[in-house]
Design a protein around this ligand. Structure first.
Ligand SMILES: Cc1cc2nc3c(=O)[nH]c(=O)nc-3n(C[C@H](O)[C@H](O)[C@H](O)COP(=O)(O)OP(=O)(O)OC[C@H]3O[C@@H](n4cnc5c(N)ncnc54)[C@H](O)[C@@H]3O)c2cc1C
Length: 482
């Protein structure tokens, strides 16, 4: 249990998702190296991992939350290697990387060479039925846009894309991509916070097409360098052979069990009065308290707001200003007969105008090796996001019925799945809406007034797993530097 030896600084990490686990792991390493600290982790749930949740069933690997990390951000793969999981890292099957968009009820391939929102190859875009002629003309002439005065005010991805490529590119391609990845929508998400490198490209080149081409050349060079050094998995997405749950298990294994407090929900954080030896008192449901010298809050920022007994209501508001969306994933397993009739490729995205409740569906058996037994199929459907928060009110049965109905309409898939798994993640995805940077600055300014209080998680500088790992590490470093 926690030592009361006054010579050790007690550091609590609240939240046992990937952000908090990384922070706790960094602190444990520092203690083992001799840092005079005593760290522990408090998690409300009965399990660690937060939204990272892997199940194994009949030879399938089912990811209820995230399924991979993008190789462009190195932190997650580096942590896996550090934890001895390097041999389990696998890349996506990029040779079959086709993704489709549902367009007027049919699956249409996303044109080759599209770098999120900027085409790096013009002819596939000109040939695509996803865009009308007016959009194609805009794409073709965007090449000639020259840099103007650098923009320093934020704007939505929606207006940014419309300026460069027009309405159809936004509605038919970019918006469904954002709904699938961020659970958000283009008219609200901030270009400065979600796609900063496209804002930089615009400032540098004017044209995003030319900017994206330059970026692609740099990536190719970097991959070549990595290949010769034998360090890079040359795929867009990277994951672990037996699922991302392995990363959680490996982190848990590095923490002493007595320093993990599961099933304890923090309800308040109080500031010390002069009788306490430590500056913060953490109170959990059931009135268990911990007096600590430092706290790392690694949980959704909206959930932190009610904690701070020492903040007034208007200051607490700053923590509620970052909106979150909810997500549901549905894993469906199919036998060989069904698998044979499914399309090739990684899956499909659904624009809002198609009036479906599905946001996206991944053909997991195509996207990654080792996720389904040979010949069988695993589909992973996404629902919710800012487009359809009401879906959270449906029962699992209702969700399965609606997913099966929409898959029947889109893929002609009528067969009963061998099994299904519905995973719910209420208010889990931070939305970096226009003005996000100002909101973060307000929170940082508030927190700065309270020494030894640190934040980590997906609300601040990226929602991906690598981003969360980076914030967990940074918070631990700050806590150790005091
Ligand atoms: C469906 C889905 C798919 C995703 N796909 C990908 C992907 O493929 N690739 C990728 O890089 N990212 C993906 N993401 C994003 C990424 O997974 C998350 O941003 C990241 O895992 C968040 O980790 P976290 O530790 O910050 O938060 P969480 O995982 O939310 O963990 C927070 C923890 O805090 C605990 N907690 C909350 N309140 C309290 C309290 N009062 N007291 C104690 N504990 C508390 C919670 O129980 C939870 O365990 C996805 C997210 C979702 C939801």
């Amino acid at each position: 249990m926690i030592t009361n030896d006054g010579s050790l600084r007690r550091i609590a990490v609240v939240g046992g998702g990937i952000s908090g686990l990384t922070a706790a792991y960094e602190l444990a390493k520092a203690r083992q190296r001799g840092a005079p600290i005593s760290e522990f982790l408090i998690e409300a749930d009965s399990r660690l991992g937060g939204v990272v949740s892997t199940d194994h069933l009949e030879g399938f690997v089912l990811e209820g939350g995230p399924d991979s990390f993008i190789s462009e951000k190195p932190e997650a793969a580096a942590l896996c290697r550090e934890l001895g999981l390097g041999d389990s890292l696998i890349g996506s099957n990029d040779e079959g990387r086709q993704t489709y968009i549902l367009h007027n009820g049919h699956l249409v391939p996303i044109p080759d060479g599209l770098m999120l929102l900027a085409p790096t190859r013009i002819f596939p875009v000109l040939n695509s039925t996803l865009l009308p002629l007016s959009s194609k003309l805009m794409v073709a002439t965007e090449w000639f846009v020259t840099p103007t005065k650098a923009r320093d005010t934020d704007e939505s991805i929606g207006t940014f894309v419309r300026r460069h490529f027009g309405k159809a590119m936004l509605e038919n391609i970019v918006d469904p991509l954002l709904a699938g990845v961020y659970g958000g929508d283009a008219k609200s998400l901030s270009v400065e916070s979600v796609l900063p490198r496209f804002r930089e490209m615009e400032n540098q080149y004017g044209s995003l097409v030319r900017g994206a081409l330059a970026a692609r050349r740099r990536t190719k060079k970097a991959v070549k360098k990595g290949e010769s050094a034998g360090t890079t998995i040359n795929s867009l997405f990277v994951t672990l052979k037996d699922g991302l749950g392995e990363l959680i298990k490996a982190l848990e294994a590095r923490l002493e069990p007595a320093r993990i407090h599961l099933g304890e929900r923090v309800v308040s954080i109080e500031r010390a009065d002069h009788h306490w030896k430590s500056p913060y008192r953490i109170r959990c449901e059931g009135n268990q308290t911990y007096d600590v010298d430092a706290v790392i809050l690694a949980m959704p920022v909206h959930a932190c707001a009610p904690f701070f007994s020492f903040l007034n209501e208007s200051s607490k508001e700053a923590f509620r200003e970052i909106p979150y969306s909810s997500a549901i994933t549905v894993n469906l397993g199919y036998d060989e007969e069904v698998a044979a009739g499914l399309p090739a490729g990684f899956g499909f995205l659904v624009p809002a105008k198609e009036r479906c409740r599905l946001l996206a569906c991944t053909f997991v058996h195509n996207k990654f090796p080792h996720r389904a037994p040979p010949g069988k199929a695993l589909l992973r459907c996404f629902l919710g996001g800012t487009r359809d928060p009401q879906v959270m009110e449906l029962s699992n049965n209702e969700i399965l019925l609606l997913v099966r109905r929409e898959l029947r309409n889109i893929l002609g898939l009528d067969a009963m799945p061998m099994f299904s798994l519905v995973s719910r993640w209420p208010s889990a995805m931070a939305q970096y809406n226009v003005g996000h940077r100002d909101r973060i600055t307000r929170i940082a300014n508030l927190i700065e007034k309270y020494p030894r209080l640190y934040l980590a998680g997906n609300a601040y500088s990226g929602i991906g797993i690598s981003d969360c790992i980076r914030t967990g590490r940074a918070a631990a470093k700050q806590a150790l530097d005091i």
